[in-house]
Design a protein around this ligand. Sequence first.
Ligand SMILES: [Zn+2]
Length: 396
Amino acid sequence: MSVFDDLVGQDDVVAELRHAAAAATALRAAASPELTEGTAGMTHAWLFTGPPGSGRSVAARAFAAALLCPDLGCGHCASCHQVLAGTHADVLLVRPDGLSYGVRQTRDLVLRAATAPFGGRWRAILFTGADRATEQAANALLKAIEEPSPRTVWLLCAPSPDDLVPTIRSRCRLVTLRTPPASAIADMLSRRDGIDAGLALRAARAAQGHIGRARRLATDPEAASRRAEVLRVPFSVDGLGQAIAAAARLVEAADAEAAAVTAELDEPEQAELRRAFGEGSTGKGVAKAVRGGAGALKELTDRQKSRATRVKRDSLDRALLDLASFYRDVLAVQFGATVELANTDIEPDIRRLAAATTPESTLRRMQAIMQCRERIDANAHPLLAAEAMTLALMAG
Ligand SMILES: [Zn+2]
């Protein structure tokens, strides 16, 4: 067992990270435990990139665990458990809760990064969603990376290197994760979560390389039925009224998905906060703690609200990608391509539509979906953008 076990289909990345962790450990054993420019295999700033769901933050966290573990990330010692659970004192976790990181949050982080690690090994700072840092926050981050504390390692995660300003990007060692193959995801789902092999494979294909989504589709019947709702859209655009109604159902399904994801994230955070402020305890100092708790709760609620907005947007985008994958399957059949279909569970529907329409109209429909994504990304009203799309799907 090792902390890298959950990195599905990323053998090259795992080899590189193992090598770096070994180099870091060798460095500690040497007389000078400080990282210098050009230290073989190891460096202060890392940038993990890859498509959503490929495991960027899983990789960064596993690497942090390997750096702090006495045995290069054994996966079962106290240190590994703490890093993976997010409770290790030497791993600072910055979660992408809001739409963007503010400068205050980043400065606070930079200050904390400057102190020596408690455990004596390394201090790792996990900055997921580094692409969402505001310009000022990026400047503060750049300063920290330019003049790093000797024992601090920055682990940034972003969809692609281009999402970061070149000045930060050029100071990071790049780790590129690829879209894991459906078979590798399915293997993990059945091995680790005990999911039936056939179901795991269908879910992995439908999720198009997104591990978390594959697990959700395989384990949550409601998520699966929301996806089915989205995939009914191509067959529900026969008339104007139908097309408008299909757009509404699409947006509703995405909202319901977002609400489920958000609830899953919010509840444990609130429970943890209540525990931290001594819920249920009595005695001196409790009143004061409760007052402090109210402030912290408000801060948490604000953070969660802004995250909910982002999750909603992501969820609609995912629904649109599901829809696009359907038409890509249709196009593949129309061209007689021998690629693996994403939506094998509705293959008869795909073949039926492929036979009844032309590749040109399929391409136009895919274009309409991509245009809808762009409009929503540019802050268009989601329902209006979706209606424009379903009308275009109807026209063909
Ligand atoms: Zn360990």
